[in-house]
Design a protein around this ligand. Structure first.
Ligand code: AMP
Length: 177
């Protein structure tokens, strides 16, 4: 496996003071690493009989689409409010300051679907939990959540219930430690 830590760039104080941003662009730009990461993200889920991968805007699109192809299923986008043209299901969730709203096309998910929710980074878990809640409201089940990086010190997995969670890289310490 490639050395993920060398290819995920820590950018201190971005987009605001105190946040260490995990920049995955160097990893995406490296052909061997990109191929290895997509294969590793897909690997745990082959036995799950998934019907789709649900990727969260925007870096969840970049990784989710090739992972869906590797798993032989389609890709469904979760976007920020106002970006999807069709009738949507919405979920608003709390941020440190204020709220955010994400959406999914209501006709993209059907009862009986069994989906993987994928994003680049699990931080506080609010975004992934909101995506999972929309999927469940549309009658489907969440097979699990997959992340390239889990910021373990933020405790985000506690917001995802008992559902299976896989991550390729666990970061235990934050900037504030
Ligand atoms: P959260 O809802 O707090 O789990 O935040 C997850 C979303 O915010 C994901 O879509 C991530 O891409 C992004 N995100 C949060 N924290 C970071 C970070 N330190 N570096 C890069 N992306 C982050």
């Amino acid at each position: 496996m490639v050395d993920l830590t060398a290819l995920i760039r820590d950018v201190p104080d971005f987009p605001e003071p105190g946040i260490v941003f995990k920049d995955i662009m160097p990893l995406l730009a490296d052909a061997d690493s990109l191929r290895a990461v997509v294969a590793a993200l897909a690997d745990p889920w082959f036995e799950e009989s998934l019907t789709a991968v649900v990727g969260i805007e925007a870096r969840g699109f970049l990784l989710g689409t090739p992972v869906a192809m590797a798993l032989g299923v389609g890709f469904i986008a979760v976007r920020k409010a106002g970006k999807l043209p069709g009738p949507t299901e919405q979920q608003t969730y709390g941020l440190e300051y204020g709220t955010d709203t994400i959406e999914i096309h209501a006709d993209a998910i059907s009862p009986g679907d069994h989906v993987l929710v994928l994003d680049d980074v699990l931080a506080t878990g609010g975004t992934a939990a909101a995506a999972g809640a929309m999927v469940q409201r549309l009658g489907a089940t969440v097979a699990g959540y997959s992340f390239l990086v889990e910021l373990g010190f933020l405790g985000g997995r506690a917001r995802l219930g008992d559902t299976r969670i896989e991550q390729l890289l666990l970061v235990d310490a934050g900037a504030e430690d």
